[in-house]
Write a protein that binds this ligand. Structure first.
Ligand code: ADP
Ligand code: MG
Length: 708
């Protein structure tokens, strides 16, 4: 008989959290809400849930641990299952959008903050949980911020047995404690070793090159120890990994130890993600090239050197134009310190900052701007409106940091234009169904309309493919090659990108989902399979919640609708707020409903013009993004007659009524200026001091940007 495999590595007893177990448990027993602050790697994510489990808290419900990032939910739950020697999905599981690995048995459940929000729609008191841990609260993700407000309500409403823990690596504990009427804050002292910091004399013109040089320098001159390199995104990481491998190979043989270069980011396939957690082979230095997931969400052991380029890629939304931008921006001081801290986990380390100390001191913001202040809030506002809690008035919702009045108004307008709320700001039946679909509001609305029009099957495909975020061109192919390859794919019959996505999926369907068809067309097999899975899930959900949904397998609908009129019409309704009108005598467009914005159809779009080359008068777009200039991404043609009702609605729009006040009524509740536009009032003096410094730094930054 072969001997059984050795038991998995037990939880390391030296983790700081474990040493404070009694103290933490005493606080949890005595208080409904406790804030736990501890250095990254101190065991908050992996140990707290296990401690509570050991102490019997899973007897009357499960423990939920939220994560802002999907990759963290998956990775941490896998680790905890390992430590408890149980198969993932049994006692320990995870749930992220479109992927649920939990079972009846699951009593420790890691889930994204978005999934917990959705669960609260069908179970407003979240009764299945005895403990809810809002992890990584310092990330200040939009959904975690909403959850903070929701928890505040829940502990008041629910029969006192719910325990809420809020954990963070850097969060201003006092501010959160105040928010929860003075709940205790436990500071778990860290065990960081000193980290020596080196600054560049100037900002590099090319941070990839500069990181490369620093990495090679470390490899040649420094003692053993892994190197963690922070990059801004997947593209940079891919570039960096291949260049670094090349340069290491070019080093004289035997001049230094072996090296292993590993990428780490959210869209990495799972089998590659786990590689960074395996210890380095003997006499080998690992280079981990990561996005800011390695800042606080994931702890990679063995790191002694950190290279910090000082940038991060940040998505920002502008509520006055409806436009997103994906900017590479300077990190905040808090982020810079977190990055440096990664070098001092196991022994004294070194951090190479590729920027001058003056930039760190004078230009970096103190802390990152919370996501709630740089996102479109349509989905969140719809969620809050759909809660059947008494007295819920979105504009009076208790936010840790309130969003601007402008972005709340933008959200209300968006929801009104797609019929999720009525002219008095009340959620509609359509809105309620939308809130239950795990999709952005535009796609939920499209599905509901498609169901009415009898083209649900097609719309499900479009929504699934868009949600699965399939990449079309393999990263290696050059642009021209990519375009040529893409021409071999269906072309959307000239109607646009949504139609093309549908046709691509249907072509694959006709091959019996042959993976070779995907690789022949340079489509990621993994992504395509995922979209098929997402489509199945969406179809099940909508059949459950939308009464009378048609047979989603009905394939006949295609034949009777060669111009995709029904589908395009459903898209027009769903994207009622993402509409653009062609400029007279031009092929440029301007957005409808926002401050007039000149925008272009993205060059990769398959939308075609008529015989004179004129593009359609009206189009809907999935996303408006400002890169080299404002582009509409994923665009499809819609008919002028379908647009009319939307334009009418825009004319009638009364923001005062929409925001909850009703012009005629005696008891108006207009949007209160002081509530949403001057958050400082609610905070103590110190905080507003910090805020004004942040504001000043931001203004300086914008001014400099403007000068360039
Ligand atoms: P925190 O949440 O406080 O940042 P974690 O609980 O995530 O800390 O991590 C505690 C320790 O557990 C880490 O220092 C690391 O050694 C180990 N660890 C965490 N996740 C994994 C993993 N997926 N594989 C191996 N070790 C891990
Ligand atoms: Mg953690």
């Amino acid at each position: 008989m072969p001997s059984p495999p050795p038991p998995p590595q037990p939880s390391p007893p030296e983790l700081p959290i474990s040493e404070h177990e009694d103290e933490i448990m005493a606080a949890v027993e005595a208080n409904p809400v406790v804030v736990v602050i501890g250095e990254t790697g101190s065991g908050k994510s992996t140990q707290l849930s296990q401690i509570l489990h050991r102490r019997g808290y899973t007897r009357r419900g499960a423990i939920a641990v939220t994560q802002p990032r999907r990759v963290a939910a998956v990775s941490v739950s896998r680790r905890v299952a390992q430590e408890l020697s149980v198969p993932l999905g049994d006692e320990v599981g995870y749930a992220i959008r479109f992927e649920d690995r939990t079972s009846e048995k699951t009593c420790i459940k890691y889930l994204t903050d978005g999934v917990l929000l959705r669960e609260s729609l069908s179970d407003p008191e979240l009764k299945q949980y005895s403990v809810i841990i809002l992890d990584e609260a310092h990330e200040r993700s939009l959904n975690t911020d909403i959850l903070l407000g929701l928890m505040k309500r829940l502990i008041k409403d629910r029969a006192s047995d719910l325990k809420v823990l809020i954990t963070s690596a850097t969060l201003d504990g006092l501010k959160v404690s105040k928010f929860f009427s003075g709940c205790p804050v436990l500071n778990i002292p860290g065990t960081l070793f000193p980290v020596e910091k080196f600054y560049s004399t100037e900002h590099p013109t090319n941070y990839i090159e500069s990181s490369l040089r620093t990495a090679i320098d470390i490899h040649v001159k420094e003692s053993p120890g892994d190197v963690l390199i922070f990059m801004t995104g997947k593209d940079d990481i891919d570039k960096m990994v291949s260049k670094l491998e090349e340069r290491i190979q070019n080093l004289e043989e035997g001049s230094c130890m072996d090296a292993l270069v590993l990428p780490l980011h959210g869209s990495l396939p799972p089998e590659q993600q786990v590689r960074v957690f395996a210890p380095a082979p003997p006499n080998c230095r690992r280079f981990i090239v990561a996005t800011n997931v390695a800042e606080t969400s994931l702890t990679v052991d063995g790191v002694v050197f950190v290279i910090d380029c000082g940038y991060v890629k940040q998505r920002q939304y502008n509520p006055s134009s409806g436009m997103y931008s994906l900017d590479v921006v300077q990190i905040s001081r808090v982020q810079a310190d977190q990055r440096a801290g990664r070098a001092g986990r196991t022994r004294p380390g070194k951090c190479y900052r590729l920027y001058p100390i003056s930039i760190y001191q004078k230009e970096f913001l103190e802390a990152t701007i919370p996501e709630i202040q740089r996102s479109s809030l349509a989905g969140s506002v719809l969620y809050l409106k759909s809660l059947d809690l008494p007295d819920i008035n979105i504009l009076k919702f208790d936010f840790l940091d309130p969003p601007s009045r402008e972005s709340l108004e933008d959200a209300l307008r968006q929801l009104y234009l797609i019929d999720a709320i009525d002219e008095n700001g009340q959620i509609t039946d359509v809105g309620r169904i939308m809130a239950e679909l795990p999709l952005e509001p535009s796609l939920s609305r499209t599905l509901i309309e498609a169901n009415e029009l009898g083209c649900l099957s097609q719309a499900l495909t479009v929504a699934a493919v868009l949600s699965a975020e399939i990449t079309f061109r393999s990263t290696r192919s050059k642009d021209m090659e990519g375009k040529r390859k893409r021409q071999e794919l269906p072309d959307g019959s000239g109607w646009g990108d949504h139609i093309q996505l549908l046709q691509i999926f249907e072509s694959w369907d006709r091959t019996g989902y042959d993976p070779r068809w995907c690789s022949d067309h340079e489509l990621q097999v993994r992504g395509m399979k995922f979209s098929k899975d997402v489509r199945n899930q969406l179809s099940q959900i909508i059949q459950k919640i939308a009464k009378g949904s048609t047979d989603v397998q009905a394939k006949k609908e295609r034949k009777s609708d060669p111009d995709y009129r029904k589908l395009r019409r459903a898209l027009c309704v769903g994207y009622g707020n993402q509409l653009a009108e062609r400029m007279l005598h031009h092929n440029g467009y301007h957005t409808v409903g926002y401050r007039a914005q000149l925008v272009q159809v993205h060059p990769f779009s398959v939308l075609e013009g008529d015989e004179y080359g004129k593009l359609p008068v009206y189009v809907v777009y999935h996303e408006l993004i400002n890169t080299t200039r404002p582009f509409m991404r994923n665009v499809s043609a819609v008919d002028q007659s379908w647009v009319k009702p939307i334009l009418k609605k825009l004319e009638r729009l009364d923001m005062n009524k929409l925001s909850g006040g009703s012009s005629g009524s005696k008891d108006p509740e207009p949007l209160e200026d002081k509530q949403v536009s001057s958050p400082k009032k609610a905070m103590d003096v110190k905080q507003s001091d910090v805020d004004s410094k942040i504001q000043a730094a931001r203004e300086r930054y914008l001014a400099r940007k403007g000068k360039k």
